[in-house]
Design a protein around this ligand. Structure first.
Ligand SMILES: Nc1ncnc2c1ncn2[C@@H]1O[C@H](COP(=O)(O)OP(=O)(O)O)[C@@H](O)[C@H]1O
Ligand SMILES: [Mg+2]
Length: 308
């Protein structure tokens, strides 16, 4: 067994803008080969955290390490040779063509030849290489940014909302790139508000809320948060079963509507359903990641109530 190498580390990191803490006491470490989804609502502090990881800005308090080295705006260029970076709303040099920009990025990464990777990425993304970046649409600009982020075959790829301007076809091309990179051991740290894409490719999900980390889950733990959503309509009020998660009920033109999440074995649920009277309608659907995070966000998360 080889020792795990820590690629990213934040220790008690706080970033204040005047008196407002955009990021507050955030600590986590990312090991080599992890594919981390960094999720949270707008304003949660994702971009601010990423900007500190890249040394674009310094923490007010706390320590940020990349490849075991303290990172600051003054030293960031050293690790940048080993990092690929793209953001959804990235400013790229407008006067350069896509090809010029990508070659510029390759030249920055220590002179290694990346012709093969360049060819593969151009084939997959089909970017408009010969037009000036300033004339490209948002999606086409983003393709250039993504090719540039992956082209140097970096050890670490940091992406801030990488798919926000992409069409669904390009989004799946991007997810395929992430899988390829993960297969060869590249560490990936990507923010996203598309939870489904995060669930598809990430081995770990870190959830930010109001500047702090509120959840840090492995892919397995994430899957266990799935389960079902049960919705029952009845003439009489029905009490939720044992182990129901975040039950809610309301009355809709004299009909009682009960909804709850359920992650346990299905047989006890079926028995419970069979014993209910006056049921008018029943719906059982998959509990999506979006719904799970909605519950975490609204503070109703019970982390799987009823666990012994
Ligand atoms: N340069 C800045 N000056 C003042 N406030 C900022 C600055 N950058 C970000 N913020 C604030 O910090 C919070 C977190 O922002 P950000 O990290 O961009 O969130 P996210 O990327 O999760 O949407 C927001 O409330 C935002 O308005
Ligand atoms: Mg952001």
């Amino acid at each position: 067994m080889t020792e795990k190498t820590t690629v990213l580390k934040l220790a008690q990191v706080t970033k204040k803008f005047r008196r407002f803490a955009a990021v507050s006491k955030v600590s986590f470490a990312v090991e080599q080969g992890e594919v981390v989804g960094f999720v949270g609502e707008n304003g949660a502090g994702k971009t601010t955290t990423i900007n500190m990881l890249l040394g674009f800005t310094s923490p007010t308090i706390g320590e940020v390490e990349v490849f075991g080295q303290h990172i600051s705006p003054a030293t960031a260029h050293v690790s940048h040779r080993r990092i690929g970076y793209a953001a959804g709303d990235m400013e790229l040099p407008k006067h350069m063509t896509g090809a010029q920009y990508i070659h510029f990025v390759m030249a920055q990464s220590g002179g290694k030849k990346h012709a093969k990777r360049y060819g593969e990425l151009v084939k997959a993304y089909r970017p408009q290489l010969e037009k000036r970046i300033g004339t490209l649409s948002r999606g086409n600009k983003q393709k250039i940014a993504l090719v540039a982020a992956f082209v140097t075959e970096p050890e670490l790829v940091v992406l801030d909302e990488p798919t926000s301007g992409l069409d669904p076809v390009m989004q799946s091309v991007f997810l395929a790139t992430v899988r390829e990179e993960a297969a060869r051991g590249t560490t990936i740290f990507m923010s996203s508000h598309y939870l489904q894409e995060v669930a598809e490719v990430c081995t770990r999900v870190i959830l930010m809320k109001d500047g702090g980390v509120v959840e840090d889950l492995s892919a397995e733990e994430l899957a266990e948060r799935g389960g079902k959503v049960v919705t029952l309509k009845s003439y009489k009020e029905i009490k939720p079963p044992e182990h129901a998660r975040w039950p809610s009920s309301h009355v809709e033109s004299d009909v009682h509507v009960l909804a709850f999440g359920y992650v346990r074995e299905i047989t006890p649920l079926l028995k419970w359903l069979a014993s209910q009277e006056d049921v008018i309608d029943l719906d059982i659907s998959e509990h999506t990641l979006e719904e799970e995070f909605k519950h975490i966000y609204s503070g109703q998360d019970d982390k799987g109530s009823g666990d012994e």
